[in-house]
Design a binder for this molecule. Structure first.
Ligand code: GAR
Length: 211
């Protein structure tokens, strides 16, 4: 059975989508552990409820480069000890540093709440023409601020170029009249919950072919 390690900073609805997809047989994998940098992350409670080992690895100061680099090394060692086939960033709000990326080349995937292209282009082709690729932590708010006709969800491989790695799958999400950030993010998350398990399956199948 393929092993996933899930890193999650938030409420964990994407983790839950993976747990549910495994339970119903849509995703053939097991979650070896869930790790958060926030002890209060809802994702940890969801892991415990599902009988999955849940760990907090706190980061003392995210702006101190030495502390940040040591954290990446520690995180890489802990994740490596779980022998994952794939590391899934499911609402992980820290940028992955070099030590972490180098330990799992081509084996880290991320779900992002906007439509991204395959790679580093600044725009993405959509059913409504070319639109800006919204990277970073404010992607949902930014889609509204720019009054885009649509946004979306992307699952991609993680590289040192933030939110710009090779595409696995993406899906458009409409922006509707009267949307605020909460309402739009809820619609985006519903799409994420469909797309993430499928994208993880695709990434696991691709890793099989490489073996
Ligand atoms: C998701 O919308 C995910 O795309 C986003 O955080 C949310 C986590 O929700 N991730 C990022 O913004 C990463 N840059 P969840 O905790 O309910 O799964």
């Amino acid at each position: 059975m393929k092993r996933l390690v899930v890193l999650a900073s938030g409420s964990g609805t994407n983790l839950q989508a993976l747990i549910d997809a495994i339970t119903c047989g849509e995703l053939e994998a097991e979650i070896a552990a869930v790790i958060s940098e926030r002890p209060d992350a809802g994702a940890l409670g969801r892991a415990v409820a599902a009988g999955i080992p849940a760990l907090t690895l706190s980061l003392a100061d995210r702006r101190d480069p030495a502390i940040r680099a040591a954290y990446d090394r520690d995180l890489a060692s802990v994740v490596d000890s779980m022998r994952p086939d794939l590391v899934v960033l499911a609402g992980w709000m820290l940028i992955c540093g070099t030590a972490f990326l180098e330990r799992f080349p081509g084996r880290i995937v991320n779900v992002h709440p906007a439509l991204l292209p395959d790679g580093e282009a600044s725009e993405v082709t959509t059913s409504r023409g070319r639109l800006p690729a919204l990277r970073g932590a404010r992607a949902v708010a930014e889609a509204l601020r720019r009054e885009l006709p649509l946004t979306g969800v992307t699952v991609h491989y993680v590289t040192s170029a933030v939110d710009a790695g090779p595409l696995i799958a993406h899906e458009e999400v409409p922006i509707l009249p009267g949307d605020d950030e909460t309402r739009l993010h809820e619609r985006i998350k519903r799409a994420e919950h469909r797309l993430l398990p499928r994208a993880v399956s695709l990434a696991l199948a691709a890793s099989n072919e490489e073996e």
